[in-house]
Design a protein around this ligand. Structure first.
Ligand SMILES: C[S@@+](CC[C@H](N)C(=O)[O-])C[C@H]1O[C@@H](n2cnc3c(N)ncnc32)[C@H](O)[C@@H]1O
Length: 201
């Protein structure tokens, strides 16, 4: 699964997981839409989910702070769909998100520095169109990496506060021993989320 933003590098991570299947949570959220729209892949990594969205007809804005991620994402994209792909090199602390029907953040938000997380969540909430959905993961406070100060960890209560203005369609808390990309088996505590921004009357 994920690797901390130290040694090994994110590029090593993209190569290591390049053959993994598309994340099931992404499939679950896209199947809730009657037709494709505009998606943001926030912390897109090597581009596996961006490619899946493109194959399904979505326009995708792929965002990552690593140029290697954006290069990989563009390279992996189906050539005939590249005109529907925009890449944005930006850090979570300063990113400006365009309007979107879907914001997908697979195993990426935990790598936002805690002091930047409130602004990032505000960006996500504002960028979503009414009826749009957020889907992604957050790490819980029992996660093995919880002592890493540059990462964000949350309690169930904090997740519920983040989602209080959303219609929660899926919220799964999991705590288990899990194989990681570079650090063997680690204690994993996380939340998988699908939440819809209400359509205001
Ligand atoms: C574990 S990878 C996940 C990649 C992909 N979404 C996936 O599911 O495999 C986390 C990604 O978040 C990006 N990232 C980490 N911290 C970031 C930050 N502060 N701003 C923007 N991107 C960041 C990394 O470059 C990396 O590509």
């Amino acid at each position: 699964m994920a690797a901390p933003a130290s040694d090994p590098s994110w590029s090593d991570y993209y190569q290591k997981v390049a053959q993994r299947p598309v994340r099931d949570l992404l499939i679950q959220v896209v199947e809730r839409f009657p037709s494709p729209g505009v998606a943001i892949d926030l912390g897109c990594g090597g581009g596996i989910e961006t490619s899946e969205l493109l194959r399904r007809g979505w326009h995708v804005v792929a965002v990552d702070q690593e140029a290697a991620a954006l290069n990989s994402t563009f390279g992996q994209a189906p050539p005939e769909a590249r005109d529907r792909l925009t890449t944005q090199c930006a850090a979570f602390g300063s990113v400006l998100l365009p309007a979107a029907d879907l914001i997908w953040a697979g195993s990426s938000l935990p790598f936002c520095q805690p002091e930047h997380f409130p602004r990032l969540w505000e960006q996500i909430s504002t960028a979503l169109c009414p009826g749009g959905r957020f889907a992604g993961d957050l790490f819980g406070v029992h996660h093995a990496w919880r002592e890493i100060p540059s990462m964000t960890f949350v309690t169930m209560e904090q997740v519920q506060t983040l989602l209080q203005s959303f219609e929660v369609e899926l919220l799964n808390e999991r705590e288990e021993e899990r194989q990681t990309a570079f650090q063997g088996i680690q204690h994993w505590h996380g939340f998988a989320i699908v939440a819809r921004k209400p359509v205001l009357a």
